[in-house]
Ligand binder design. Structure first.
Ligand SMILES: [Zn+2]
Length: 411
C-alpha cells in the first residue's frame, strides 16, 4: 500500500480513474458497468481546485511547478471510507461486559491505525463511560498532532439509571430533565454529537424481543431539543420497532442498529430524513460465536435477526432512507481490520447496487458525521481524502480489504 500525504505548499496533480456517478436508483448494476472515467485532479493548498477529464491516450501535462501522481489505469480513485459507529474503547473480542477501566492511548492508536490501513479515514465513536474517544481526540488537539481517522465523538451516553447503558455512559439519569446538565457538560468539553441509549439489547432467548425502552417520545423529544440548542445531533441506540418509532417521533439524527424495524418506520424515516445505521456485523458475529460454542438455538435466533435485517436494509434503500455504514467496531467478533469490509458485504448481500453502497460508505457517512465540507466526494472545494482501489473492491464480496493507496491532506 502506498501512502500519499499531500503537502499543503505543493500543488499536486493526480491523474486517475474515478467513478463517474452512482448507479441509478433501484437498478442493480454489475460492478464492471459502474461508469468510470480518467481525470486529472489539481490539489492546491489542501483543496481540490479543479477536475478535468482526460481523453484516452492523451495524458495530462505535468505541472511546471509541483508534483504529478499518475495512478495506473487499473486503479480506481474513490473517496475515503467512513465508519458511522465504532467503540474505540473495545478490542473486538470481549465487549462492554469486560470493560472495567480506561484503556491506554497506545491501544486506541493501534485500533485507529488498523482502520486507517483499510481506507477508513473518519469514524464516529458511539461512546463509553470513560469518554475514551473524546479523551484521545482532545489529547491530539492539545499537542497539535494530526491523527487519522478523524474521530467524531459523543462522549458519555445518556441512558436511564438501572437500565442498559452502564458501560456506555456513567450512572444514568432518573429524570429526563437531568439530561440537560449532561448535555451542557459534554458540549463544554467539545463533543460533536450526543449519544442516547433508548432500548436494551436484542434478547436471543426470546426471538424478536429487545430490552425495554428507556424514554417515552415526550422525554426523548425533550432530550433531542436540549441537544439541538447546543447544536448537537443525536445518535440513538434503538432496537425494537417501538424504540425506533419513539426515536423517529422525537426527531433524532440517526437510528443505530434498529433491529426489528418495521416498514412503516422506514417510511417515516424517509419522510423525516432520519438516517439508519443498521450495524449488521456485530449480530452476524454473535450468531457465529454462538454456533461455535454449541448454543444453536440462540445462534438460530441471531441469524434469523440478521436475515430480517438484510431484508429491511433493502427496503430502506427502496424507500429512500439515508443509510450509513457503521460496524459497531470493537464489538465481539467485529475486528478493527475486517469489520468494515464485512459490513459492506452485508449491504451487498442485502441486494443493494454497488454504486449505492459506495455512496453510503463515503458521501452519506461524511454528511452524517458533519464532515461533508471536507470528505465524502472527489469534488472541487473538498479535501483530498481518497483511497485507490482495484475495481473488484466495488463488488463488496470480500471480507478483507486493503487499498492500493491512501491520500490525505497534510496540515
Ligand atoms: Zn455501539
Amino acid at each position: 500500500m502506498e501512502t500519499y500525504p499531500l503537502d499543503k505548499h505543493t500543488k499536486t496533480i493526480v491523474n486517475a480513474m474515478i467513478v463517474a456517478s452512482a448507479a441509478p436508483d433501484g437498478e442493480r448494476k454489475p460492478v464492471d458497468e459502474l461508469p468510470s472515467r480518467r481525470v486529472s485532479i489539481c490539489v492546491n493548498q489542501n483543496t481540490v481546485e479543479s477536475i478535468k477529464p482526460l481523453s484516452e491516450g492523451k495524458d495530462f501535462q505535468p505541472p511546471e511547478t509541483g508534483k504529478l501522481i499518475d495512478l495506473p489505469p487499473d486503479c480506481l480513485l474513490i473517496p475515503a471510507l467512513i465508519d458511522c459507529h465504532v467503540h474505540l474503547v473495545l478490542d473486538g473480542i470481549h465487549g462492554f461486559k469486560s470493560l472495567n477501566g480506561p484503556v491506554p492511548h497506545h491501544l486506541i492508536s493501534s485500533r485507529l491505525e488498523k482502520m486507517f490501513k483499510t481506507g477508513v479515514l473518519a469514524v464516529r465513536d458511539g461512546g463509553d463511560r470513560y469518554n475514551t474517544a473524546w479523551d484521545y481526540a482532545a489529547q491530539s488537539w492539545k499537542t497539535g498532532h494530526q491523527h487519522l481517522p478523524h474521530i467524531v465523538t459523543t462522549g458519555k451516553a445518556i441512558f436511564r439509571r438501572g437500565r442498559y447503558g452502564l458501560k456506555l455512559g456513567e450512572t444514568g439519569i432518573t429524570h429526563h430533565h437531568q439530561a440537560m446538565d449532561q448535555i451542557l457538560r459534554l458540549k463544554k468539553i467539545g463533543i460533536n454529537q450526543l449519544k442516547v441509549v433508548l432500548s436494551g439489547l436484542v434478547n436471543l432467548d426470546e426471538p424478536g424481543t429487545v430490552g425495554p425502552v428507556q424514554f417515552s417520545a415526550e422525554e426523548l423529544k425533550f432530550i433531542v431539543q436540549a441537544a439541538k440548542k447546543q447544536e448537537l445531533p443525536v445518535m440513538v441506540h434503538a432496537s425494537s420497532d417501538k424504540a425506533v418509532q419513539i426515536a423517529v417521533e422525537a426527531g433524532v439524527h440517526t437510528v443505530e442498529h434498529g433491529y426489528f424495524i418495521s416498514e412503516e418506520s422506514l417510511e417515516r424515516m424517509a419522510e423525516k430524513k432520519i438516517a439508519w445505521i443498521p450495524t449488521v456485523a456485530p449480530m452476524a458475529a454473535l450468531s457465529d460465536s454462538l454456533r461455535r460454542t454449541g448454543q444453536s438455538r440462540r445462534a438460530d435466533t441471531a441469524s434469523q435477526a440478521v436475515e430480517e435485517h438484510l431484508e429491511m436494509i433493502y427496503r430502506a434503500y427502496t424507500h429512500g432512507v439515508t443509510l450509513g455504514i457503521g460496524t459497531d467496531g470493537g464489538s465481539p467478533g467485529v475486528s478493527w481490520e475486517k469489520g468494515y469490509a464485512q459490513e459492506l458485504m452485508f449491504f451487498a448481500l442485502a441486494g443493494l447496487p454497488p454504486g449505492a453502497i459506495l455512496e453510503m460508505a463515503t458521501k452519506n457517512g461524511a454528511t452524517l458525521l458533519g464532515l461533508q465540507h471536507q470528505m465524502g466526494a472527489i469534488a472541487t472545494g473538498k479535501k483530498p481524502y481518497w483511497i485507490a482501489v482495484k475495481p473488484e473492491f466495488l463488488k463488496f464480496d470480500h471480507p478483507e480489504f486493503s487499498p492500493q493507496g491512501i491520500f490525505w491532506p497534510e496540515s
